[in-house]
Design a protein around this ligand. Structure first.
Ligand code: ACO
Length: 325
């Protein structure tokens, strides 16, 4: 039984924050951000738009694209590191907003790899035969956990959501392989130190700005290239394919230099990599479904072609999905 991607949709908030406007908030420049990352602008959600609202807009588009009724959905997975609140899950909040039945709902936390981890999990749950139609979403309001006084991180991220309907019946690209992994040995490479059970919110944690995202950019950069190359090679090998067989790669949209290094190491031409990070920055778990949706809208995929979706994120986590269009 194969998982079929029946429909995809995405949503980004209206507000555009470009590098020039950002350079009025922190000491940076359009030139620095563009040459070091490739990012020109990012979207920022309104104060009354929590992650579930971004997810709701993307989900509606995916449902419409899949041409299904909402009562067919029997599983909702929301990948996010910026849930509306610690609990209940954003998936449960979304269930009510979408007017779904009392179906299984949960959040999945694998940072930027979250959407691909969720596809892996949804594929397994659909294969069990106990679920028929999964709504899988990557949604993030990264602006809510950024330190707008830290130029080394706040320039990199943006807000948005992407959603997919996955079923085992019907017509659409087939999800034919998955490869997910993690290395939890150094969590402080990329983390949000306070607000959890280890360091609950306190006056000191707020004063020390520990509710914001902290990152060792250089180390993350090196790991990102290494793990995405490894995940892609292992995924292809497990499915009897070579890198030359790949027609399209949709990588996690963090930094164009990461994408270039990866293309070089895999010896896959850069033209086969889809990038939209110049307009969105890194939207974490939303990055791959937003990019995938935009590539679909542009009509980039032909029937029978092979695609690889590959991501890395805090944890460190990584995940890759093989698609036959
Ligand atoms: N504007 C101007 N100068 C800056 C800025 C900025 N926004 N940020 C840093 N600098 C300065 C630094 O202070 C440093 O100055 P110094 O030499 O005087 O000390 C200089 O620029 C160079 O800084 P580096 O950190 O060496 O810059 P680098 O080339 O490594 O680029 C970057 C930094 C863009 C963060 C890069 O390391 C990167 O992209 N890393 C990967 C990050 C990533 O992908 N994170 C997402 C993970 S996914 C998830 O799960 C959320």
């Amino acid at each position: 039984m194969k998982s079929i991607l029946r429909g995809i949709g995405s949503y980004v908030p209206e507000k555009i924050l470009d590098n020039k406007e950002l350079s009025l908030k922190v000491e940076t420049s359009d030139d620095w951000i563009r040459t070091r990352t490739g990012i020109r602008e990012r979207r920022i959600a309104a104060s009354d738009q929590p992650t579930s609202e971004l997810a709701l807009n993307a989900a509606r588009k995916a449902i419409e694209a899949a041409q299904i009724q909402t009562d067919q959905i029997d599983l909702v997975i929301v990948a996010t590191i910026t849930p509306d609140m610690a609990f209940p899950s954003t998936a449960c909040i979304l269930q009510h907003k979408l007017g779904l039945g009392k179906v299984a709902c949960f959040d999945l936390e694998a940072a930027c790899s979250g959407f691909l981890y969720s596809l892996d999990v949804a594929d397994g749950m659909l294969a069990s035969g106990r679920y028929k139609c999964a709504l899988v979403i990557g949604a993030e309001k990264m602006s809510s956990i950024l330190d707008w006084e830290d130029r080394t991180t706040c320039v990199l991220f943006g807000d948005g959501a992407g959603a997919a309907i996955i079923m085992t019946e019907g017509v659409g690209p087939n999800l034919v392989g998955f490869r997910s992994g993690a290395d939890g040995s150094n969590p402080s490479l990329l983390h949000q130190p306070a607000g959890g059970s280890k360091q609950p919110a306190s006056i000191a944690s707020i004063e020390n700005r520990e509710h914001f995202l902290k990152m060792n950019g250089k180390e993350i950069f090196k790991s990102a290239v290494r793990v995405m190359e490894k995940a892609t090679r292992e995924l292809l090998k497990a499915n009897g394919l070579e890198t030359q067989d790949v027609d399209h790669v949709i990588p996690h949209q963090a930094n164009v230099r990461i994408v270039e290094s990866m293309a070089q190491r895999l010896e896959i031409p850069l033209e086969k990599f889809f990038c939209n990070l110049d307009r969105h920055g890194n939207t974490s778990a939303a990055s791959i479904p937003i990019a995938f949706d935009e590539a679909c809208q542009r009509g980039l995929f032909r029937k029978g072609e092979i695609g690889v979706l590959v991501a890395f994120g805090a944890g460190l986590t990584w995940s890759a999905t093989l698609i036959r269009f």
